[in-house]
Write a protein that binds this ligand. Structure first.
Ligand code: F6R
Length: 242
């Protein structure tokens, strides 16, 4: 795991966006997997600007969403689907056949997991996964205690996740379950970037990077990945020892 600390959120986002552009140039048939949420917002905006300016072709790239709230439709602006479509997908020339997002409204959530795993299997796995870190240390919706042996699965969300998650919605929204790629996907991804910004993330970053690697702190698993980068701003890194 390589750790980089940047003076501020903009510089962190600049670097992360450059990493994405680099991957697409290097492997125009690659597979991207992005988290939604506040942390990568600026990274995606910068990435889209850079991709447009350099006329980068996404037509042979594939894209999967990391996770989704169960029961929330794609038209709801708090959904991961809405977020990724709005910030990334509709600005770039992905082919719709190469995009796979979880359907939070599916009547068959387990089948939805199988479809995602099958899609990724057919595409040969993920080249670059970009993740954030939850206030409880989750990655995607892999909540504390989850085994790292799962591919896609349905999760009962912790109270921290359902209450913090309200920030994405215009009105109070009942959130109970998530559907997410598993940590096994993360471990099998060729390159993983984990981003964290702001002092509120400092305690969880300290636990993830300096305490035991454990299922209780899913973000700590990034340290076992052979090609992972953790990008922090100074505030998120402020509790680290060195
Ligand atoms: C969202 C996701 C979550 C977020 C995490 C941090 O798709 O996978 O794990 O990355 O909850 O969210 P923010 O970036 O809003 O602090």
């Amino acid at each position: 795991m390589k750790l980089s600390v940047f003076p501020d959120y903009r510089m962190l986002s600049e670097r992360a966006s450059d990493e994405i552009i680099h991957l697409v140039k290097e492997k125009p048939t690659g597979v991207l997997c992005f988290a939604s949420g506040d942390t990568p917002r600026l990274c995606y905006q910068l990435m889209v600007e850079k991709a447009k300016a350099a006329k980068i072709d996404f037509s042979a790239m594939s894209f999967v969403g990391l996770d989704e709230w169960v029961g929330i439709p794609p038209s709801n602006e708090g959904s991961c689907h809405f977020f990724l479509d709005n910030l990334v997908l509709r600005h770039l020339n992905f082919s719709s056949a190469n995009i796979h997002l979880f359907d939070g409204l599916s009547a068959d959530p387990k089948g939805e997991c199988r479809k995602m795993d099958q899609f990724l299997h057919e595409k040969g796995g993920i080249d670059l996964m970009l993740v954030g870190v939850g206030m409880n240390g989750h990655i995607g919706f892999n909540e504390p205690g989850i085994s790292s042996h799962y591919y896609s699965h349905i999760v009962e969300l912790e109270n921290t996740t359902t209450s913090v998650g309200q920030k994405y919605f215009k009105e109070a929204t009942v959130l109970k379950q998530g559907i997410t790629l598993g940590l096994k996907h993360l471990l099998e991804t060729r390159k993983v970037m984990m981003l964290a910004s702001g002092s509120k993330k400092a305690p969880v970053i300290k636990k993830a990077l300096e305490e035991n690697i454990s299922d209780q702190m899913p973000a700590s698993i990034i340290r076992t990945h052979p090609n992972s980068k953790v990008l922090l701003d100074e505030e998120a890194a402020s509790m680290l020892r060195s």
